[in-house]
Design a protein around this ligand. Structure first.
Ligand SMILES: C[S@@+](CC[C@H](N)C(=O)[O-])C[C@H]1O[C@@H](n2cnc3c(N)ncnc32)[C@H](O)[C@@H]1O
Length: 379
């Protein structure tokens, strides 16, 4: 999967184990991003509906969630990958914009991205293989990029990985049905029917996914947009409809509260980290409208960009990163017995997978024990 701010690599197995132990059959992942959580749930036999506003996230969800690996023509997929892999490079929009004007990929890889994307457009649009192959292309491009993990800047000297040749690989696909939807979580949530589990992982600050991952947006839209600035961002990034309410400090709390209140699910699981505009106590209060609330905390390394450092558009290091670790919270909300059972199952999942480290040492962390908001937070 691609490098992605906020991707829940560590939490996905915890949520999947929890869902399995609770016997969850239908789940909703309202901000699916890379589809990590949705895919982990689907892998445990859950029917998942995956929603996101981003075009690339919708493509990932069509490939991993909507595509049933059992019915996809394996031979045709292998043939298509082999054919695309041997296409000679042909310079186009990606080469000119993202390799010459900006420096996200080395030109020899940019030419191949152009050639493969054109071939997908002209030969395979409409095929069930299309989202799978486009996912493969985006993941291949991500492996040879020269960024710090977001597409607002690129590093001054080509990254080592950018010198490797673009290699299309078969994305991991899962058996079974699922649904992928592109749209606004706030508009869709009430129209999708009832779910056993709804997972909410919205953006929590001003950093916009649309601009942070504009290259992937353009690779999917394939519309050669006008662009601006050193990062060559899409001109339509400035349009109001591309801006999420979750990136607006004043509007976000109300939107999130309404979403938590109205989503039609027995159990709501809400992700949050300690770099967000909202405090944990505010989120607990939001969740309390559904009944009991449990808070689990996990500590771990921050997203990849923080590990690499802060750079200006010319690629020069311009600051120091405050810290390299953060705490991720998982709030579980619903009827008291269900929340207690879910918290126990999630803790068991964390212990079993070892993927998430329960936070224990920080003073401001609520420990793993389920708490009932009526009793107050035990910090
Ligand atoms: C924190 S990320 C989710 C990461 C995801 N859980 C993962 O593991 O990859 C937040 C996601 O919300 C999406 N988003 C932002 N505003 C949205 C909205 N109004 N409705 C649906 N998705 C939205 C972004 O495109 C982004 O993919």
């Amino acid at each position: 999967m691609i490098k992605y701010i906020g991707s829940k690599r560590r939490l996905a197995p915890v949520l999947a184990t929890m869902a399995e132990r609770l016997g969850v059959q239908r789940a909703l992942d309202l901000f699916t991003g890379t589809t990590r959580v949705a895919a982990a749930l689907k892998a445990r036999g859950v029917h998942v509906t995956a929603v996101d506003t981003a075009r690339y996230a919708h493509v990932f969800a069509r490939a991993r969630i909507e595509t049933d690996a059992d019915t996809l023509d394996d031979g045709a997929l292998d043939d298509a990958l082999a054919w695309l892999q041997q296409l000679p490079g042909r310079p186009g929009y990606v080469t000119e914009t993202f390799c010459r004007q900006a420096r996200y990929f080395q030109p020899f890889n940019g030419e191949r991205i152009d050639a493969v994307r054109d071939a997908l457009e002209h030969e395979l649009r409409g095929s069930p293989l299309f989202p799978v192959l486009l996912t493969s292309l985006i993941e291949a491009a991500d492996r040879v990029d020269s960024t710090t993990g977001v597409q607002m800047a690129y590093v001054k000297r080509w990254s080592d990985r950018s010198a490797r040749p673009l290699e299309l690989r078969r994305p991991e696909l899962l058996a079974g049905p699922g649904v992928a939807l592109r749209g606004d979580a706030c508009e869709l949530a009430g129209r999708l029917g009832h779910f056993d589990l709804a997972y909410l992982d919205p953006p929590y600050n001003q950093h916009r996914y649309y601009t942070n991952y504009h290259v992937w947006e353009t690779l999917v839209a394939w519309d050669a947009p006008e662009h601006y600035g050193v990062a060559c961002k899409r001109l339509d990034s400035r349009d109001a409809e591309q801006k999420s309410v979750f990136n607006r400090r004043r509007e976000m709390p109300r939107a999130l509260a309404e979403l938590v209140r109205s989503v039609d699910a027995s159990l709501v699981a809400l992700s949050y980290n300690d770099e967000a505009w909202l405090g944990l106590d505010e989120l607990v209060a939001m969740c309390a409208v559904r009944g009991a609330v449990a808070v689990l905390a996990f500590e771990g390394p921050r997203y990849v960009g923080a590990q690499i450092g802060i750079h200006n558009p010319a690629g020069a290091r311009v600051g120091t990163v405050g810290r390299l670790r953060n705490v991720e919270y998982l709030l579980l909300a619903g009827p008291d017995p269900l929340v207690r059972e879910a918290a126990g199952a999630a803790r068991a999942g964390a212990a079993r997978t070892g993927a998430a480290t329960p936070a224990r040492s920080r003073r401001d962390v609520v420990d793993l024990h389920p708490i009932n908001v009526a009793g107050g937070l035990s910090i």
